[in-house]
Design a protein around this ligand. Sequence first.
Ligand code: MLT
Length: 243
Amino acid sequence: MKLFVYHTPELTPKDQVPDCAIAVDVLRATSTIATVLSAGGEAVQVFSDLDELIAVSETWPPQKRLRAGERGGGKVVGFDLGNSPLDCTPELVEGRRLFISTTNGTRALKRVQDSATVLTAAFINRATVVQYLLEKQPEIVWIVGSGWEGSYSLEDTACAGAIAHSVVEKSQLPPEELAGNDEVISAIALYSQWQNNLLGLFHHASHGKRLLRLECHEDLKYCSQTDVLTVLPIQKEPGVFKS
Ligand code: MLT
């Protein structure tokens, strides 16, 4: 297995796909996806375009669907939900499909959609993703951060580092053997520095600060937990994730 970390979808190589792609948007799309599937949601279907989301979700019975739309951290007017994982309670999501579009996370998922396997990861389900990698041993693995509108984001790269760090620890292979690019080593270093204070790291992150201005402090706390959900969101058809 060779791991590659890409900080943003724009930095991934063009005209190639890996055996396994792991999309990461800790704040908050992939934390929300893990939460919905863990709470009994039927599936999560992702869209980069809001109009397409509306059109496709119209074909579902209203009682079986939820529409989540986020732009700039806020809820899109007319949608059932924004992108707070804390809104995704079992009472609300059980048996329903979440149709979701977010500023960056769903774009990252689109970028890697054609990979043989596509997973989503956040700190909250990191251990389950690592277990999958150790069991299946895909040859080429990309961990792709969502960033913010093309720029690097601290929290996504730290989560990529958390995955790589755990693979190194559990496989007992040296990092240089697993690392396919330099970004893997720097992501591990970032995670190692902050692993006991991820909430503190989020307070330094530009999107963390944006969410704090939007009074989403509880979301930051929730997303800073590590290995608390045993859910593996995996793409079953293009854009549709189930556990
Ligand atoms: C995104 O896709 O940019 C994020 O998930 C934004 C957010 O809702 O915090």
